[in-house]
Design a binder for this molecule. Structure first.
Ligand SMILES: NC(=O)c1ccc[n+]([C@@H]2O[C@H](COP(=O)([O-])OP(=O)(O)OC[C@H]3O[C@@H](n4cnc5c(N)ncnc54)[C@H](OP(=O)(O)O)[C@@H]3O)[C@@H](O)[C@H]2O)c1
Length: 336
């Protein structure tokens, strides 16, 4: 029961604006790196203050005040170690891979952003390493955190419908090739994705939760501060370019009517509520910042059950935007 746990507090969302220093994006050519560079531009970061690096770069080279690691986990590990060993390390390193998620703070401001307050202060010797969460866990946390605070979560069932670009630039290229009638030579998927649904995102063995399902289980419990949460996760890959969708069925500890849930979610940061019967949908939500939530309705178990459908751009709030937000909050607290 959530009463036994100290629930994490949300923190503020930063105003969009330049980070106030130099920024390095490692993995600039990947799906997340490209999105982050676009976002930095939207946030007014001057082009001359941004260094983008790719495969040929030596770990630790070209590091600015803030470094984003938009790279595979093993590459991120090498970079984080090299940066930590520097005489003048960067102020903040945000690793968007899974490498540091069990050792570094894992933060989604709308769910547990208050944790960032404890990370302030001088850090002359070591850079502050923060981990970017799994995209599905991040999107789900934005929706579930306010509901948990008001009504408590007894159990959650989550089914994801994940976009091709969740598997990076290669995933998107594979879908595009298949949709054009061909077959990608190096598809990251275990079977054809166009006109198909592939259950079990990530590595997996028969009879076990897939790699993605294990990440979502651990990280969502972590973000919600609920190691005990009864949570069932089924992930699927669908032939959508970008935006993950989530079907959520909740058992609550206290009554919450659908009308009260709409009001709650409308007043919660990072969320947009949709009232139409057939939305939100990934195609129309692609490229937007908030998590979109709709189909808010009572579950069959009465006033302590609630069903919802959420859609979020996993390259933005599920990855680049969340990383930029936490870096901006740290930089702002360093200046104050
Ligand atoms: N895609 C998502 O929705 C999403 C969401 C959340 C988190 N993430 C995580 O974010 C990270 C990046 O994902 P992605 O989807 O952007 O993957 P991606 O499209 O495959 O891009 C990976 C990037 O890493 C670069 N890279 C590979 N080896 C490198 C090396 N040795 N040194 C420097 N750069 C290197 C690649 O460079 P080249 O272009 O030269 O190959 C590429 O730009 C992954 O850890 C992923 O798990 C992804």
């Amino acid at each position: 029961m959530s009463e036994a746990f100290e629930l994490p507090e949300a923190g503020p969302l930063p105003e969009a604006g330049p980070l106030g220093g130099s920024v390095t994006v490692v993995g600039q050519g990947g799906a997340v790196g490209r999105e982050l560079l676009a976002l930095l531009g939207e946030w007014g970061q001057s082009p001359e203050s941004i260094v983008g690096l790719g495969r040929g770069a030596e770990p630790g080279s070209g590091a600015g005040d803030v470094v984003f690691l938009c790279t595979p986990a093993e590459v991120s590990r090498a970079w984080a170690a090299a940066l930590a060993a520097q005489d003048e390390p960067p102020r903040v390193v945000v690793d968007l891979s899974s490498a540091a998620r069990r050792s570094a703070p894992l933060i989604v401001p709308e769910a547990n952003g208050a944790l960032l307050r404890e990370l302030g202060g001088p850090r002359a010797q070591q850079p502050l390493l923060l981990a970017g969460p799994n995209c599905t866990a991040a999107l789900a946390a934005v929706v579930l955190a306010p509901i948990q605070r008001v009504a408590g979560l007894a159990a959650v069932s989550l089914v994801s419908l994940q976009a091709a670009s969740g598997a990076g630039a290669a995933g998107l290229a594979a879908l595009e090739a298949e949709e054009a009638g061909g077959r990608a030579l190096e598809s990251p998927f275990p079977g054809p994705l166009a006109r198909n649904v592939i259950p079990g995102v990530g590595e997996g063995r028969a009879g076990e939760a897939s790699g993605e399902e294990q990440k979502v289980l651990w990280e969502l419990r972590q973000l919600l501060g609920r190691g005990d949460l009864e949570l069932e996760v089924t992930t699927t890959r669908v032939p959508v370019e970008r935006c993950h969708s989530l079907a959520l069925h909740l058992t609550l500890e206290r009554d919450l009517s659908p009308e009260a849930a709409v009001e709650l979610l409308e007043g919660s940061p990072g969320l947009v509520v949709h009232m139409e019967p057939h939305g939100p949908r990934p195609l129309e939500c692609a490229g937007t910042d908030p998590v979109h939530v709709g189909r808010i309705r009572r579950g069959s178990a009465g006033p302590r059950s609630l069903s919802l459908f959420a859609v979020g751009d996993q390259l933005r709030k599920g990855a680049a935007l969340n990383a930029l937000q936490v870096a901006a909050l740290v930089c702002a607290s360093d200046r104050s």
